[in-house]
Design a protein around this ligand. Structure first.
Ligand code: PEP
Ligand code: MG
Length: 565
């Protein structure tokens, strides 16, 4: 639809601001996840005449089969975690138990829409009472109910749409599994009202290379079909801009990206100080894409993202084959595999997380080991097996380490299997005791996303708190400095694998603070490498010193710009 004829409740040319997450400029119409009207508004009411019931059962069965078929098609065209999520939902859509319950109701005289809702409610109650893994299927069942009801009512499928032309997806928020299933050739931009810059949705958007802005105030008022210009570098959305100006902005951004793409590595400052530039990946296919960039290795393999929708623990053999794909993609290079960081916004069904009031402060990451030591044992066995088969020597690291004791226990288990142990620094206590932790492990990797969350006591998922979880916060950078100093004193490497490493300017500051490697989403590797190659180590150090004297994130950015831009 042309911009000029689009009815918008926002004025043409109006600019909405949010928090930039993935750079890039795109111009396309808005699509939104479908919303289903209330069941009461869709249900015709009354009782079905007996002679209509068989036909209604057939209509219901066909609708459920159509929904399952669509999910299967999407599973076939997706990869990794996204494909598994979609395939499992497709199977649930054809589950005989709830289909039978709905058919029974239709035969008693319920119209199909009401029968679908009632049958799903029955199973939702049952699953919720059973708790654990079953309770976690409640969301999937409700999703299927909405899709079947939409199909029965002749409405567009709810949930994340598959657009038929390039579009910008605007939503209140998206689950990591929704984001993982996006096709970057069709969803060319992503904007959300909620979500922080380091939420896992934002991280997956970065891995897919989809320009993304989060925490956009006023986004809900942009109607579907409105042409918008999204600028993932500045963090803005222009509503119905002048089409010629929008096209020029897209071309200019593409030209700038092309100029930067001339950088081919390896990572170093302009005066030759080496800094490994690595990629963050979540499965074999992401690793193969990362291999196309100048990334020198993998600095963070988030293994939990491979299993987001697994009901049961993958076997050692299954795990070894997935890990082997990543090792194969970067044969002969450094690969750092992180053990499962399950919990908080990345629950894994097979871990059976306890109910907690504050899951981000609860049993997540390495803490799961206390409940299920055998899950970590088997994962390390699988990594060792993959290493043996591929002839590689991966490094392994544990997430959410808070104490030197935890680091020692993990290191012992990794060394027993011939693996090189390290830990993530994501908890302020660990940053403060980095020297004691380094007595037990070979390397540290700073997760600035969680380090910012825990240092600032601000939920990384919160849009309202996005300025607090900004990794430019001088309090966070002071902890990075302390950790890097501990590494330098012991002659052991200290990398950064949080989203801070994906910001070219901040990456130079991190190098100035003494960080020895930077690991970022593949889409950010070239930008970071190119920027680092344009400044000297002395400039990085001067910027780091300046930043450490500031009192706010804005001042820190300005101080770094003054030295590095
Ligand atoms: C981090 O916390 O910075 C990190 C890299 O881990 P994740 O984002 O997966 O929690
Ligand atoms: Mg983390």
């Amino acid at each position: 639809m042309p911009a000029s004829s689009t009815p918008t409740s926002l004025g043409a040319g109006q600019i909405l601001a949010g928090v930039p997450v993935v750079p890039g400029v795109r111009y396309a119409p808005v699509v939104r996840p479908g919303r289903l009207p209330a069941i009461d508004d869709l249900d015709p009411g009354g009782e079905l005449a007996e002679d209509k019931r068989d036909h209604e059962v057939a209509r219901f069965t066909a609708a459920a089969a159509t929904v399952a078929g669509r999910l299967r098609e999407r599973a076939a065209s997706a990869t990794g975690a996204a494909s598994e999520v979609l395939a499992a939902t497709a199977m649930l859509a054809q589950d005989r138990a709830w289909l039978g319950a709905a058919e029974k109701r239709i035969k008693e005289g319920f119209p199909a829409v009401r029968a679908t809702a009632a049958a799903v409610d029955q199973f939702v109650d049952l699953f919720a009472k059973m708790g654990g893994l079953m309770a976690e299927r409640v969301t999937d069942l409700r999703d299927i109910r909405d899709r079947v009801v939409a199909e029965l009512s002749g409405l567009a499928e709810p949930g994340v749409p598959v657009p038929d032309q390039p579009a910008i997806l605007c939503a209140e928020d998206l689950a990591p599994a929704d984001t993982a299933g996006l096709d970057p050739t069709l969803v060319v931009g992503l904007a959300t009202t909620l979500g922080g810059p380091t939420s896992h949705t934002a991280i997956i958007a970065r891995q897919l290379g989809i320009p993304c802005v989060v925490a956009v105030h006023g986004l809900d008022e942009i109607p579907v079909g409105t042409e918008v210009l999204i600028d993932g570098t500045r963090g803005t959305l222009s509503v119905s801009p002048d089409p010629a100006e929008a096209a020029a902005a897209v071309d200019a951004a593409a030209a700038a990206a092309a100029a930067m793409a001339g950088w081919t590595g390896p990572g170093a400052t302009a005066d030759g100080h080496p800094v490994s530039i690595l990629a963050n990946v979540q499965d074999g296919s992401a690793a193969r894409s990362a291999r196309e960039t100048p990334a020198e290795g993998i600095g963070l393999f988030r293994t939990e993202l491979c299993f987001l929708n697994r009901d049961t623990e993958p076997t050692v053999e299954e795990q070894a084959s997935i890990y082997g794909e990543v090792l194969d993609a970067f044969a002969g290079c450094k690969v750092v595999i992180r053990t499962l960081d399950a919990g908080s916004d990345k629950p894994l069904k097979f871990v059976g997380h306890p109910d907690e009031a504050n899951p981000a402060l609860g049993v997540r990451g390495i803490r799961i080991e206390a409940l299920h030591p055998e899950v970590l044992e088997r994962q390390l066995d699988a990594i060792a097996l993959a290493a043996e088969r591929t002839g590689s020597a991966p490094w392994v690291m544990a997430p959410m380490i808070a104490t030197p004791d935890e680091a020692k226990r993990f290191a012992d288990r990794a060394r027993e299997r011939g693996l090189v142990p390290g830990v993530m620094i994501e908890v302020p206590a660990a940053a403060l005791l980095a020297d004691h932790i380094l007595a037990h492990v070979e390397f540290l990797s700073i997760g600035t996303n969680d380090l910012a969350q825990y240092t600032m006591a601000a939920d990384r998922m919160s849009a309202e708190l996005a300025t607090l979880t900004d990794p430019w916060q001088p309090g966070v950078l002071a902890l990075v400095a302390q950790t890097a100093r501990a590494g330098a004193n012991r002659g052991k490497p200290v990398g950064v694998c949080g989203e801070a490493a994906a910001d070219p300017l901040l990456a130079c500051v991190l190098v100035g603070l003494g960080v020895t490697s930077l690991s970022a989403a593949a889409a950010a590797v070239t930008g970071v490498g190119a920027k680092l190659a344009s400044v000297t180590q002395a400039q990085c150090r001067a910027a780091a010193e300046a930043v450490l004297t500031t009192a706010s994130a804005a001042e820190a950015r300005a101080a770094a710009l003054a030295v590095l831009d």
